[in-house]
Design a protein around this ligand. Structure first.
Ligand code: HEC
Length: 141
C-alpha cells in the first residue's frame, strides 16, 4: 500500500464512501415541504417558523416570523410574494441579503401555478411544497 497510486486510490475510495455516507443522512429530493423546511430554513426561522432559530441572533437582520405572513397581509397568505422571496426572484424592499436564495436548490419538476390575473407560471414542486408548508403554519390572531 505504499506506492503513491494505491494510496491515492485508497484516499479516493474513502472520499467516495464519505460522500455516500453523508447522502444517506439527507434525503434528496425531500419528501415534503416540511422536510425542505427542516433541512434549509429551521436554523434561522426556527422549528415553528417564529424567527427564533439558533442562527437568528447571529444575523444582521432578524429572520421574519413566518407564522404571521397571512395576518400581516389582511388574512390572505401572500403565496406569490413568498414563492418569489424563497426563490430569490423578487424580494421586497425590507429585504436584506441575510437569507440565501433557494431557487438554484429547489429546481426539479415543475407544476403550473396560477399566479394571478390569468398568468400561469411553471413553478418548481419543491418550492411550492415549502410555501404550502408555511401556509400550514399561519396563525389567525
Ligand atoms: C441564514 C438565515 C435564513 C435562512 C437559512 C432562511 N431564511 Fe428566510 N429570512 C431570513 C431573513 C433575515 C429574512 C428577513 C428578510 C430578509 O432579510 O430578506 C427572511 C425572510 C423570509 C421570508 C419573507 C417573508 C416576507 O416578509 O415576505 C420568507 C417567506 C422566508 N424567509 C422563508 C424562508 C424559507 C422557506 C427558507 C428555507 C427554504 C428560509 N427562509 C431560509 C433568513 C433566513
Amino acid at each position: 500500500m505504499n506506492n503513491p497510486v494505491s494510496l491515492r486510490t485508497a484516499a479516493l475510495a474513502m472520499g467516495v464512501l464519505a460522500i455516500l455516507g453523508a447522502c444517506t443522512l439527507i434525503e434528496w429530493p425531500p419528501a415534503s415541504g416540511r422536510a425542505v423546511y427542516n433541512q434549509n430554513c429551521v436554523m434561522c426561522h426556527g422549528t415553528g417558523g417564529q424567527g427564533d432559530g439558533p442562527l437568528a441572533s447571529e444575523l444582521f437582520s432578524p429572520p421574519t416570523d413566518l407564522t404571521r405572513l397571512s395576518l400581516n397581509n389582511g388574512g390572505e397568505f401572500p403565496r406569490v410574494a413568498v414563492l418569489s422571496h424563497i426563490d430569490g426572484y423578487v424580494r421586497g424592499e425590507n429585504s436584506s441579503d441575510a437569507m440565501p436564495e433557494f431557487g438554484p436548490l429547489l429546481v426539479g419538476d415543475n407544476v403550473l401555478l396560477e399566479t394571478g390575473e390569468g398568468v400561469v407560471t411553471p413553478t418548481p414542486k419543491l418550492l411550492l411544497a415549502v410555501a404550502n408548508y408555511l401556509e400550514s403554519l399561519q396563525i389567525t390572531e
